[in-house]
Design a protein around this ligand. Structure first.
Ligand code: HEC
Length: 197
């Protein structure tokens, strides 16, 4: 009996050694540097998107701007991704564009940020974490920061522009991204890049 349990214990040790040898070892990331890079990319992307958005609004009003975003937002973000060697994306728990749907890691972060936001307290901060063995994932909250956002994300019959609303219904039949107030958490920037090492 004693001999038997000894054999089992030995086997457990070997299994543990084998498992630890196989488990990928993820080196910690330099979080401060990653947050700095992520913020620079989010900032550049926001500026590019909002510049185009304002131009489209000035040229043809809110409905035209919705159609413009429908045609151009994704390819603009994709080309920024190529230029910067990172995968740049916006995502939300209340989606407008189906292509912005969160993957499981993003959903987890969205839920964590939404929880902190509803609890109040500390302001929400950007963060960077290791993603898989070879990538960095950066997340930063996106707020309904300006009255402009309400034109297309506000409350129907109040702040939401009625012509924009009609264009949204046409272009995004499953839209969930209205009903927001100024200052609300709208979603996240989710930016990923390969680690240099
Ligand atoms: C002219 C209308 C319009 C305005 C103004 C506008 N948006 Fe949007 N927003 C859209 C459209 C259309 C999409 C979907 C774009 C696409 O198809 O990729 C979108 C998508 C988003 C997304 C991506 C997540 C999702 O649900 O697809 C975020 C985040 C977002 N908007 C935040 C904002 C913020 C913050 C502002 C103010 C700075 C703003 N929007 C102003 C029309 C607008």
């Amino acid at each position: 009996m004693r001999k038997h349990s000894h054999a089992i214990a030995g086997c457990t040790v070997i299994t543990a050694l084998l498992l630890s040898a196989c488990a990928p070892s993820v080196k910690p990331i330099d979080e401060a540097a990653a947050v700095e890079r992520g913020q620079a990319l989010a900032q550049a992307s926001f500026q590019a998107l909002s510049g185009r958005l304002k131009q489209a609004m000035a040229e043809g009003g809110p409905a035209h701007a919705v159609a413009y975003c429908n045609a151009a937002a994704l390819s603009l973000v994709d080309s920024l991704s190529q230029v910067h060697g990172a995968r740049i994306k916006r995502t939300s728990l209340k989606l407008r564009a189906p292509h912005d749907a969160p993957d499981p890691a993003e959903r987890e972060q969205l839920e964590a940020y939404a929880r902190s936001w509803s609890e109040g307290g500390e302001p929400l901060k950007p963060k960077a974490v290791a993603h898989g063995v070879d990538s960095v994932a950066f997340y930063a909250p996106i707020f309904i920061q300006a009255p402009l956002c309400l034109t297309c994300h506000g409350v129907a019959g109040e702040t939401l522009d009625s012509t924009a609303h009609a264009a949204i219904r046409t272009n995004y039949p499953d839209d969930e991204a209205t009903g927001y107030a100024l200052g609300d958490l709208r979603g996240l920037w989710s930016i990923r890049w390969k680690r240099p090492d």
